[in-house]
Design a protein around this ligand. Structure first.
Ligand code: FDA
Length: 393
């Protein structure tokens, strides 16, 4: 039987970071993953350039039943600590927008950095290895396709349920429950929203149209890219709001944030009264969208600005700035970037990620009920929680 001090299930962002840290502390470490390659989500992330962190990672950019849980790990291993590693590895990067940091070259550089550091730290990696059962008889005994492994400490780093095609299974939740931990409700996050057929019929022509919009749900709103798709809505603003949206809720869209359309139309009426409504709107948004807005507002595209009453100008303004849409669902785990919910933080130490009810068992990364906004926050949580557990295992 293979014996190690630390077995880590999952060679993703969190598992590899934990392996590096535990190995550097002199622990014997084995990382087990059923995929043929480590860090597959890192490889495809950020359009192949990996948005590996954000310049800032304040707790309010993370969702959890206990939003304060993430604070300790994020303080002890902040974005600057990961950036320093990226710099030491000679990986060039740039800030794209809103503090989001991407590799100049390829996300594969981040995977190579982590696997290189794991090897240097003496951590062993078993790939293409199915994990069958985990038992405890003092130590943890993991039955794998390559035979049993005995470990004093077990780290669950198998992520969430998003993108099953890439190897996501929800295994961490099952093992956590087996050892007495609670798992909160899980649902897809950072995911496109879908419409009912009836709504789609009026929006289908807009597929592919994108604008910068402000999208709100309840008390939160995001101003970022917004995209019409063949099945509903996507783009960063929609992915962000999807993590807050619940079935049945409306989403409010401002298609022209930063401009007050009502006053703009009134001013235009005096200066360019002969201009049609369609031409006026098409000057500030894609023409197809302008047509849609006018149809929704019940106004003729060929009507002249001069004939627009104040009330009609305000009505059109509301159709643009305060569009209420009612998605019926999401694209689901098939395309979701993350899983909301997970192993309940109430059962874990925020310092070490160790399970209170089961000493020696640790849970890190996306498997934990901590989910970041779009923008490098999810990797930062994976690095920080992996680092924290790596100091303790
Ligand atoms: P992760 O999912 O990375 O790793 C889990 C590992 O466990 C995998 O290697 C998997 O094969 C393995 N595993 C699962 N079940 C198993 C089983 N039953 N047996 C054995 N092994 C098993 N975040 C961000 O901050 N910036 C970004 O740019 C992006 N971009 C992005 C794009 C896309 C398309 C997706 C899907 C996701 C992102 N994310 C992101 C989110 C980010 O990828 C995610 O939050 C982290 O990868 C989570 O890291 P973990 O290590 O927790 O899980």
């Amino acid at each position: 039987m293979k014996r190690v001090e630390v077995a880590i299930l999952g060679a993703g962002a969190a598992g590899m970071m934990c392996a590096v840290e535990a190995g550097r502390r002199g622990r014997s470490v084995l990382v087990i993953d059923h995929n043929a390659a480590p860090g597959e989500k890192i490889r495809i992330s950020g359009g192949g350039r990996c948005n590996f962190t954000n310049l800032e990672a304040p707790p309010e950019r993370f969702l959890s039943v206990n939003p304060r849980f993430a604070i300790s790990a994020l303080r002890r291993f902040p974005p600057s600590a990961f950036i320093a590693r990226v710099d030491r590895a000679g990986i060039a990067w740039h800030e794209k927008t809103l503090g989001q940091l991407f590799c100049d070259g390829s996300a594969k550089q981040i995977v190579a950095m982590l696997t290189g550091q794991m090897a240097e730290a003496g951590a062993e990696l078993w790939l293409s290895t199915a994990i069958e059962v985990v038992e405890q008889d003092g130590d943890f005994v993991i039955q794998t396709a390559r035979g049993p492994v005995r470990a004093a400490r077990l780290v669950l780093a198998t992520g969430g349920k998003s993108i099953p095609k890439m190897g996501a299974t929800g295994l961490a939740y099952r093992i956590a429950e087996q050892f007495g931990l609670e798992v909160t409700d899980t649902r897809p996050g950072l995911v496109p929203l879908t419409f009912a057929e009836q709504e789609l019929a009026t929006l289908r022509d807009l597929a592919g149209v994108s604008v910068a919009a402000r999208v709100g749900c309840g008390r939160i709103a995001f101003e970022e890219g917004f995209l019409f798709t063949h099945r509903g809505l996507s783009g960063p603003s929609i992915l962000q709001i999807s993590s807050y949206w619940r079935e049945g809720q409306p989403v409010t869209v401002d298609l022209l944030p930063g401009t007050a359309l009502g006053p703009y139309l009134r001013a235009g009426r005096a200066a360019n009264g002969r201009m049609t409504l369609l031409r006026t709107l098409a000057a500030v948004m894609p023409e197809k969208l302008a047509q849609h807005v006018l149809a929704r507002a019940g106004m003729a595209p060929g009507a002249r600005l001069a004939d627009l009453s104040n009330a009609q100008a305000d009505h059109l303004g509301a159709a643009v700035h305060d569009w209420q849409v009612r998605p019926v669902g999401t694209e689901g785990y098939r395309t979701a970037e993350v899983t909301l919910g997970g192993v309940d933080t109430a059962g874990l130490s925020s310092q070490t990620m160790e399970a209170r009810a089961c000493p020696g068992l640790f849970v890190i990364g996306e498997a934990v009920d901590v989910t970041g906004w779009l923008g490098g926050y999810n990797f930062q949580w994976a690095w920080a929680s992996g680092w924290a557990a790596g100091q303790a295992v």
